[in-house]
Design a protein around this ligand. Structure first.
Ligand code: ZN
Ligand code: ZN
Length: 44
């Protein structure tokens, strides 16, 4: 049983994509490590 609840929206584990570079990962919206940017706001 989980000992704590996730109050925030569920975040998916990051999976590397072709957009990931050597030392830079592109976290898509909804993935752990992602930080919303203006681009997120633009998209619906
Ligand atoms: Zn990656
Ligand atoms: Zn976002």
């Amino acid at each position: 049983m989980p000992t704590h609840k996730e109050s925030k929206a569920e975040m998916k584990e990051h999976k590397c994509t072709t957009e990931c570079m050597d030392s830079k990962h592109i976290y898509i919206h909804g993935e752990k490590g992602h930080k919303c940017t203006e681009e997120c706001m633009k998209k619906k």
